[in-house]
Design a binder for this molecule. Structure first.
Ligand SMILES: N[C@@H](CCC(=O)N[C@@H](CS)C(=O)NCC(=O)O)C(=O)O
Length: 233
């Protein structure tokens, strides 16, 4: 099976690059740029006009498939090419694994994406009307979004105060998927200092050689990431 990852630097696709490194898989990496589109981007559009990042091109038995959605790619790679948490592992560990793996993109990321959407709406509102969209953004943040994100961070913090990793004692794809939204909070949430276990957990991730290798290969920029997320708060 031949794997090709289409990757956008400093984006969610960093998680899949890291996963490929953790699993020590053979793969080709194509770094895409959007404006103006580079050769990688044009190549990706030939496989799938609406493809997002990450997209994994899977070539096997003279067939090829372009798979998008980070959680789907992570699950596919785990099921087909690497081992899932052992079927005989404790039920609690299996349930934690399922919960956190799905929590990342189904619950945590959407709230952060909403932060970005509201910030973009304010930026794009014509100047004379901007106070109106700013008040709308603030109202939604204060009335709902900030509490929702705080509750999610509290539940991660509480879990990490009792477990080294999200699925219990072992590192898993749940950790890879949750890393991106949690790192976004670390980069921009004004009260992230209140979450010492989350901060320790992120430091633990940063010390993994595969994580560092993926940052280098993926051309990750901390400064760009911080700037992007700071605008959302
Ligand atoms: N739910 C998808 C979201 C993918 C997504 O929106 N990726 C962004 C990068 S973070 C992207 O492709 N942006 C460029 C575009 O929409 O054209 C996933 O997690 O894989």
């Amino acid at each position: 099976m031949k794997l090709t990852l289409y990757h956008l630097a400093t984006s969610r696709s960093q998680r899949i690059l890291w996963l490929l490194e953790e699993f020590q898989l053979n793969y080709d990496l194509v770094i895409c740029r959007q404006n103006p589109p580079n050769a990688g981007m044009q190549q990706l559009k030939q496989h799938s006009a609406s493809a997002k990042f990450p997209t994994l091109l899977i070539q096997a038995d003279q067939q090829q498939f372009a798979l998008s959605e980070s959680s789907a790619i992570a699950e596919f790679l785990q099921q087909h090419l690497h081992k899932a948490p052992a079927a005989d592992s404790a039920l609690e560990q299996q349930l934690q694994f399922s919960f956190w793996k799905n929590f990342a993109d189904a619950s945590f990321m959407p709230n952060l994406a909403l932060k970005q959407i509201f910030a973009h709406i304010v930026q794009r509102t014509p100047l004379p009307l901007r106070p109106v969209s700013w008040c709308f953004k603030q109202g939604f943040s204060l009335g709902y979004l900030n509490q929702a994100i705080a509750a999610q961070l509290d539940s991660i913090e509480q879990h990490l105060s009792r477990h080294a990793w999200l699925a219990g004692n072992s590192f898993s794809i749940a950790d890879i998927l949750v890393w991106f939204p949690l790192q976004a909070c670390a980069a921009a949430h004004p009260e992230f200092m209140r979450y010492p276990h989350c901060r320790h957990y992120l430091a633990q991730i940063e010390s993994r050689p595969a994580f560092q290798q993926a940052l280098r290969k993926g051309q990750w920029s901390d400064a760009q990431f911080k700037q992007y997320w700071a605008k959302a708060w």
